[in-house]
Design a protein around this ligand. Structure first.
Ligand code: ATP
Ligand code: MN
Length: 452
């Protein structure tokens, strides 16, 4: 819009300042981090009205767009009419407080979405969700909806939340055990921890699929990287081996980071300047270079050498243990100085479905590790061989009862295939630079916390 245009602006007051003659009101409608400045001449507006223009109040303002002489904005609105749509009591409004720490904002989580910070996070979250669909759609992947309620607990990815309509005060019992035949689905069901197994059914039918939906894990991990309800993107591809899988994962995250830089520049700049002055630089740093590919065994050697050289870790490292975030971050930030793809893990720390290597002790898993976070992607080439898969299921003492449908993919027209899971909020931690995963999802669910 050109200066001189008559405009109507609606939004919430961020700040009001000025003097007796003129007030400057910063108005924001949530569509961008940038406010529009309203200039209100005290001669036109009565004092009672201007008193109601307080931080958080909602306004409709008519006026003329004029070139701004103040710094910071190209244009402002010279107001001719101001309507206060909703007042906002400055004594009670929770965002009026000086305390704007993330901890304080979590305590007023129903209101925190109105802050500049959460506005930026929400817009970036939206942009990333859109970019994920665009990336896969442009490649011809099919968006597959896998169930949220499932009887499958086969992945063993995490503890599950049970779904039941049984009256917990009067649980039906049969032969000393809960009688789930009386439950809603006639069997024991839970919320999904991953859509992967169902994803494989889709990939072995239409070739390339992805899921993008909520997942639930009742793990009691109170860390800055775990939620009980988080969103996951799980592509699954027929005819992909582990190399193809790594290539796709790398291309995918680079695409998303590039998309954020191209489309969320103002919000990223705001977060960079307010919280993390290395943010934009860190985002750029993962783009130009190939990720480092390292086997688990090589990584153990690097970490053992680091320990011998005096580096202190809280948790021990030896061949056969799962890495902790501190180990992952050492590899990424200190040793290689770039994102790392770890491959070929000991089979005992990975799921039954991963393709077994010829050495008999490792599987073709891959974890993508990122600076400041550690693991953001976990995936693998899947075991496509019926006999090997069945043997592994037996070795692990897993019940086949709820797995026959999955095993059928190997029984009928099995193909090499691969896939991975990207934790959406882990990606957002990286892209926004936020330090705690509770601050990149609007309504976090964590142990003892399910408000709203
Ligand atoms: P971690 O070891 O970090 O707990 P995981 O190995 O259990 O993760 P996977 O089962 O491989 O995770 O899940 C795939 C991806 O989902 C992970 O790489 C991570 O990005 C994300 N993820 C896993 N658990 C959580 C969680 N509780 N909250 C948020 N994201 C998660
Ligand atoms: Mn993992």
């Amino acid at each position: 819009m050109e200066p001189g245009a008559e405009v109507l602006a609606k939004g919430w007051v961020r700040t009001k300042r000025g003097n007796k003659q003129v007030k400057f009101i910063a108005l924001n409608d949530g569509s961008t981090i940038n406010n529009i400045q309203i200039v209100a001449d005290a001669e036109i507006f009565d004092e009672e009205l201007l008193k109601k223009v307080t931080t958080g109040a909602s306004l409709a303002v008519r006026g003329t767009l004029v070139e701004s002489i103040g710094s910071g904005q190209a244009v402002e609105i010279k107001a001719s009419e101001i309507e206060v749509l909703g007042e906002c009591d400055p004594m009670r409004y929770p965002l009026q407080k000086k305390d704007t720490s993330m901890e304080y904002l979590r305590s007023v989580a129903h209101m925190r979405l109105r802050t500049n910070t959460f506005g930026a996070v929400l817009r970036i979250r939206h942009a990333m969700a859109f970019a994920i669909h665009k990336f896969f759609n442009d490649k011809g992947f099919v968006y597959l909806h896998t169930p949220l309620i499932t009887e499958s607990d086969a992945e063993g990815a995490g503890d599950m939340f049970q779904v039941t309509t049984l009256d917990l005060a009067k649980v039906p019992v049969h032969g000393g055990k809960v009688d789930f035949s009386k439950d809603f689905f006639g069997k024991k069901t839970s919320l999904t921890v991953s859509g992967q197994l169902e994803g494989e059914l889709g990939a072995t039918a239409v070739g390339e699929i992805y899921t993008f939906g909520p997942t639930f894990r009742a793990e009691n991990s109170n860390t800055p990287r775990h939620l009980a309800e988080f969103w996951m993107i799980e592509p699954e591809m027929a005819f992909y081996d582990i190399e193809d899988n790594m290539e796709l994962a790398e291309e995918f995250v680079k695409y998303l980071v590039q998309y954020a830089l191209d489309n969320c520049a103002d919000d990223l700049r705001f977060l960079n300047d307010k919280y993390d002055d290395g943010l934009v630089e860190r985002l750029r740093s993962v783009l130009g270079i190939p990720f480092e590919r390292v086997t688990y065994t090589q990584a153990v050697e690097i970490l053992e050498k680091a320990i011998a050289d005096g580096v202190k870790f809280e948790y021990p490292v030896h061949w056969g243990t799962d890495f902790q975030s501190e180990h992952e971050r050492y590899l990424v930030e200190k040793h290689f100085g770039k994102p790392v793809i770890l491959i070929d893990f000991p089979k005992d720390i990975k799921a039954f479905y991963m393709k077994q290597n010829e050495d008999g002790r490792t599987v073709r898993g891959m974890d993508v590790l990122f600076p400041k976070i550690g693991e953001i992607i976990g995936g693998s080439e899947r075991e496509a061989d019926l006999a090997k898969l069945e043997k592994r299921i037996e070795e692990l003492g897993m019940s086949r009862k709820n797995l026959e449908w999955y095993i059928d993919t190997r029984r009928y027209g099995t193909v090499p295939h691969s896939g991975f899971g990207l934790g959406f909020e882990r990606l957002l931690l990286f892209v926004t630079g936020m330090a705690n995963i509770r601050d990149v999802i609007p309504f976090p669910r964590t142990p003892k916390n399910a408000e709203f």
